[in-house]
Ligand binder design. Structure first.
Ligand SMILES: CC(C)(COP(=O)(O)OP(=O)(O)OC[C@H]1O[C@@H](n2cnc3c(N)ncnc32)[C@H](O)[C@@H]1OP(=O)(O)O)[C@@H](O)C(=O)NCCC(=O)NCCS
Length: 150
């Protein structure tokens, strides 16, 4: 992977391909992906190789002091080489000014993603039982860890 840059309309096709690879059963439609690039507060970043080919992406949305991370995906050939970590570290750094919380939701059974986020300091703050169509629970993760009330 060579660099991280903002995603644009021209990234839609490769993004859709990568989403279909990462979520073969229930990926986002092309329309929702296009919306995710243009919605107010959209924060869409792609990691590309030297030829500007897509290695991975993060789609998020900033609303006031909240950053909602919607999707993170890395092409199979690029996995386990630090692409997702670099995308998230860069995003959190870029959004640091005025940021109160970053949060996201993931399937409880998604061990790689959970390890990725917990390694960055996200903590599980909630669980929605049987949230996904397959019956898996959803975990709600937050960064930084909420201040202790004790
Ligand atoms: C989850 C995903 C984004 C990780 O991307 P990646 O670029 O391979 O992750 P990184 O190389 O940056 O890994 C960072 C850390 O995450 C954890 N991790 C990543 N993949 C892992 C795996 N297969 N098993 C266990 N831990 C894993 C590790 O702690 C890793 O650190 P380490 O390599 O130093 O041990 C990627 O596997 C993917 O696209 N999966 C399908 C889509 C998805 O589930 N997205 C997340 C929910 S939105």
């Amino acid at each position: 992977m060579e660099r991280i840059r903002e995603a644009g309309e021209g990234d839609l096709e490769p993004l859709a391909g990568l989403v279909a690879q990462a979520w073969p059963e229930d990926g986002w439609s092309r329309r929702s992906l296009a919306a995710a690039l243009t919605v107010p507060g959209a924060r869409a970043r792609v990691a590309v190789d030297a030829a500007d080919r897509l290695c991975g992406f993060v789609l998020a949305r900033r609303v006031a002091d909240l950053l909602e991370i919607d999707l993170v995906g890395v092409a199979v050939a690029w996995r386990r080489r630090g692409v997702a970590r670099r995308l998230l570290v860069a995003l959190l750094a870029e959004e640091a000014s005025g940021l109160g919380e970053a949060r996201l939701e993931l399937a409880a059974g998604n061990a790689p993603a959970r390890a990725l986020y917990e390694g960055l300091g996200f903590v599980v703050v909630g669980r929605r039982s049987r949230y996904y169509p397959g019956g898996d629970d959803a975990l709600l993760l937050s960064w930084p860890a909420p201040a202790s009330t004790t």
